[in-house]
Design a protein around this ligand. Structure first.
Ligand code: FEO
Length: 169
């Protein structure tokens, strides 16, 4: 049995995680159309990660004996001005997700829901990685300053990213 405020906040977060995944899949399509297949791959892995985040919340609600409510997914952007623009939007979005997770943690603390606090700690730690991953690519793009060969090399590097379901650990 989940506290009602905690339940509502987690249902909203399931939606937010799926929306995030949907946005990254849209970014993957954008990068493919720009011929940046490594960036496209990185975003595709990001889509898989977000779905695994959504499922971690979903499974938690089920485990607590409640029924997750799946709300409509809003439309996502389709176009960005450049790789840098897309990565800056990624970082901004992850910072927003961090604040959403922090808000759920605040609710869990207010409601003295220790089990939910424990589950949320994984997401608090994960968000540090999520922000750092986007920042790292932005830093590389800044160093390359639009130089074609360097971006080609970075694109190759991003092609190697593979999905690892960290929620299963
Ligand atoms: Fe589910 Fe990118 O945070």
């Amino acid at each position: 049995m989940l506290n009602q405020r905690v339940y509502n906040a987690i249902n909203d977060q399931i939606n937010a995680e799926i929306w995030s995944g949907y946005m990254y899949l849209s970014m993957s399509a954008y990068f493919s159309s720009e011929g940046l297949n490594g960036f496209a791959n990185w975003m595709r892995v990001q889509w898989q990660e977000e779905l695994s985040h959504a499922m971690k919340f979903f499974d938690y609600v089920v485990e607590r004996g409640e029924r997750p409510i799946l709300k409509p997914i809003d439309a996502v952007p389709e176009k960005w001005d450049s790789a840098m623009h897309a990565m800056e939007e990624t970082l901004k979005h992850e910072q927003k997700v961090t604040s959403l997770i922090n808000n759920i943690m605040d609710v869990a603390i207010e409601e003295k829901d220790h089990a939910t606090k424990s589950m949320l700690q994984w997401f608090i730690d994960e968000q540090v990685e999520e922000e750092a991953g986007a920042q790292e690519i932005i830093d590389s793009l800044k160093l390359l300053d639009g130089k074609g060969h360097g971006i080609y090399m970075l694109d190759k590097e991003l092609k190697a990213r593979q999905f690892v379901d960290e929620t299963a650990e």
